[in-house]
Design a protein around this ligand. Sequence first.
Ligand SMILES: [Zn+2]
Length: 240
Amino acid sequence: MCEDCRRARLGRRAFLGLAGAAVAAVATGFTAAPVRAAGGPRTDLTADRALEKLTQGNARYVSDAQVCAADLGGQRAHVTGGQAPWATVLSCADSRVPPELLFGGLGLGELFVARNAGNLADTGVLGTLEYGAAVLGVPLIVVLGHQKCGAVAAACDVATKNATFPGSIGPMIEPIVPAALAVKDAGGDLVTNAVKENARRTVARILESSPIVAGLVKSGNVKVVPAFYELDSGKVSFLA
Ligand SMILES: [Zn+2]
């Protein structure tokens, strides 16, 4: 937390009459994830521990979202020589879904991130995930879909109304259409169901298309999990 935010936070808490211990607990919780010095060792976190940290960070974001992105200048100094991120997130390009923020205000050097509309595993993304897992030693890959995803909604329109889209948008969302078709009669909210199905299918595609990631999963060094971010509540659910 930067000094400006710390002062503002302390002032706000004092004004609210909350105990100093609570302030310390919040501050400690927020800074509990140190930025790892890089250029040498990889993260020593397991996939399960990385998943636990993401879950805790998202809970912090949901319950106490008034956090800033910490001491960015100090973090930058720690990661100048290299990086040792502990989780990879493939998320949508949607401006409401920045992984570092919705997992609790993570700083520089913590998450390895790939983003595109619809969180799809194209060649560029597959290479990115492979680099993260095999070269940087990241133990966890999360494919994060989200509520009210425009790319998935467009694919649902293709699946149900034969909609067409200009330029490269049509080909871009094409890989999502099978997910939309698979759930179009499932009942409930079509886009939400298709987002979850698309995240699951993206995980399957990663494992099918990348022998490198599949091998690391098989050897127990990496986990790949689909997840769903709810805009309304801010909660991330990891999907089975
Ligand atoms: Zn989206």
